[in-house]
Design a protein around this ligand. Structure first.
Ligand code: CO
Length: 635
């Protein structure tokens, strides 16, 4: 039975009722065994044409996508379930041959259960003086590829950390020389018990109640907005200071922005049709046994999107907050709600612009405060936290910032420090690794047909001008998908402008938004490696593809786990289609190489990475001249 239509807009996320109805329909086919579990469920997003024909307030018939794994069959599945009452074949079920569904709690419980009963695991712990297996936190890891020891099956790797109980730091006392493979479907275990390395003694606690005396001179800093915030929210639609957008939360991608527009005079001008994280990869560069195989594709392998925190006022966000809850499908097919998963608030951001008229000293300077709308989520994946913050500014600027924090991956120090894994504490080393994020930016700048132009700034050629004047911004249109595989070049101030050749500004030039990349490292993993084959999207900072709604993921998407790779962006762009004045998608990969430092221990202060989109001839002049001076007088 189709659920009561409670959905008001096709871009709204799936409701609990919709997910339950889809699970029921799938189960009723009889194709799943009792051991089948769900990794996630979400609504299939409407196409642009479906969106275009939608009438406000009219319920929509939706298709729910259910992904999971059936332990009895040893295979993952993907089902598309139509909730339309008239659907002739409401369930399309596909068993997956390449890759497997993301890791979930069912796998974690299976891994714990298998290791607790495995004589080799218990013997390896005893060899290290540990008699009680409950004193070991088992950290499951994606295997990346099936290791030679277990060439087939739903295999995970597992590492151990000594800890007193669940309240303590789980990651400060790593057990060296011990890696287990566990087939979560069959319970089969293979323990690699190598050299015994002393387990670090220091529990390295960080919780406030363990810290003893804390600084006492931090006085309250409160954000008050006595008249309330300047944004308004209607369902999942947000309006703020000429900006309009919708949001949803995807179980893989996390926060998704839809239909981002800016009101210019009496026009709501579209900028982004959709923007979200598509994929990410965290390769570890330490060849030692605890780490060389680690390359976390946290979005597709661990369904990062549904690991969102329930955010707390005054801790995660300050000020007048609006929270959005997020509904996720549990492994048992029962939906659950993460309350306060998305935080919406405003922040003061210093000055927006200023000028002092020095020739009229008695006049007040013209100065405007900058303010930004913040839409954010924070996800916890095992030892690590990722925050994703979208910022919208009064002058049309859009910014994406990732915040990296949590507990770094570590090894016990074996007495020899290497340059791949620096010491961060007397008994702890931490491997050098990268965090590379690929965002999918479906632009619709004044309409769906857009182009991309690269700009490189060059100096005057030798001898051209006696003073060396002649800095030139050299514009190069990127016309095909192969031409649009580009890398950053900070020394040339390289940027990429997304333009609309069909919409001209008052200067007669195509309106544009400029992608300002940060200085990012190259993906350091060679192509012909497990991470290299799956992380092709990280090989370039920019990709532009012709929009094809089936080309949604930069990599292997929901089946990245154990996927052989060679899919996603490199494959899409191999078609080498024209990207000139057509419906295009811009993909931007950026990130950091993390060389751990003592100050990252035992919990890491936030590190940042991101990018900025600024208007570049989209408006005819500074669009923030109408921002009034602050209500409270400056003095
Ligand atoms: Co890091």
């Amino acid at each position: 039975m189709a659920p009561e239509a409670t959905v008001s807009h096709p871009l709204d996320p799936a409701t609990s009722e919709e997910l339950l109805a889809a699970v029921d329909q799938l189960r009723n086919t009889g194709h799943l065994s009792e051991r089948a579990f769900f990794s996630f469920g979400h609504r299939v997003e409407p196409t642009r044409s479906e969106l275009g024909t939608h009438t406000t307030g009219v319920a929509v018939d939706r298709t729910i996508r259910l992904v999971g794994h059936d332990g009895a069959q040893g295979k993952s599945f993907e089902a598309l379930v139509s909730l339309a009452p008239s659907a002739a074949e409401p369930v399309a079920l596909e068993w997956i041959d390449q890759g497997q569904a993301p890791i979930g709690m069912v796998d974690v419980i299976a891994i714990y259960g298998a290791l607790y009963e495995d004589a080799a695991w218990l013997a390896a712990l005893a060899r290290r003086g540990i008699d009680d297996p409950a004193k070991v936190h088992i950290e499951p890891w994606l295997a990346g590829i099936n290791p030679p020891e277990m060439p087939t099956g739903r295999v995970f790797r597992a590492l151990g950390f000594l800890h007193e109980d669940a309240s303590t730091n789980h990651y400060s006392r790593p057990i060296g020389g011990l890696v287990a493979f566990v087939n979560a479907d069959t319970g089969e275990v293979q323990v690699n018990d190598l050299e015994v390395i002393p387990i670090p003694d220091d529990p390295a606690e960080y919780a406030a109640d363990q810290m003893g005396e804390m600084r006492s001179d931090l006085r309250p800093l409160e954000i008050t907005q006595p008249e309330g915030p300047s944004f308004s929210v209607d369902g999942h639609r947000i309006e703020w200071q000429k900006w309009g957008m919708r949001i949803s939360v995807d179980p893989i991608e996390g926060l998704v922005l839809h239909e981002v527009s800016y009101r210019d005079g009496d026009r709501d001008r579209p900028i982004l049709h959709r923007a979200a994280l598509s994929d990410m990869v965290v390769p570890y560069g330490d060849p030692s046994v605890l780490h060389y195989w680690k390359h976390a594709f946290d979005a597709g392998e661990t369904s990062l999107g549904q690991l969102g925190n329930s955010l707390k006022l005054g801790c995660d966000c300050l000020g007048e907050i609006h929270y959005f809850d997020a509904t996720f499908l549990g492994a048992d097919g029962v939906p659950g709600v993460t309350e306060n998963a998305v935080c919406l608030h405003e922040e003061d951001f210093g000055i927006l612009w200023k000028h002092t008229n020095s020739f009229q000293p008695e006049s007040a300077p013209e100065v405007r405060r900058s303010r930004r709308l913040v839409v954010s989520m924070i996800h916890t994946i095992g030892n690590y936290e990722y925050g994703f913050y979208w910022y919208f500014y009064l002058d049309g600027t859009i910014q994406l910032e990732t915040k990296l924090t949590g507990i770094i991956g570590v090894s016990p120090f074996d007495g020899t420090e290497t340059d791949t894994s620096p010491l961060v504490a007397p008994q702890i080393t931490s491997p050098i690794h990268q965090h590379l994020f690929c965002f999918r930016l479906d632009f619709t700048l004044d309409g769906p047909n857009n182009s991309v132009v690269e700009s490189n700034v060059t100096a005057a050629e030798d001898g051209l001008h006696p003073y060396g004047a002649g800095f030139r911004a050299v514009a190069t249109p990127l016309l095909t998908e192969s031409q649009a595989r580009r890398d950053i070049e900070p020394a040339a101030s390289r940027t990429w402008s997304i333009t609309n050749p069909n919409s001209l500004n008052q200067l007669g030039k195509p309106v544009a938004y400029k992608l300002l990349p940060q200085a990012s490292p190259h993906f350091m993993v060679p192509p012909d490696t497990p991470a290299g084959r799956r992380g092709g999207f990280a090989r370039h900072n920019l990709w532009v593809t012709r929009n094809d709604e089936s080309e949604h993921s930069a990599g292997a998407g929901a089946f990245t786990n154990l996927h052989p790779g060679e899919v996603g962006l490199p494959a899409y762009s191999a078609a080498d289609r024209s990207i000139d004045n057509t419906d295009i998608v811009v993909w931007h990969t950026f990130g950091v190489t993390h060389v751990p430092r003592p100050e990252d221990w035992p919990v890491m202060p936030v590190e940042y990475a991101g990018f900025t989109l600024i208007a570049n001839g989209f408006f005819d002049a500074n669009p923030s001249l109408d921002v009034p001076p602050s209500a409270s007088a400056c003095h």
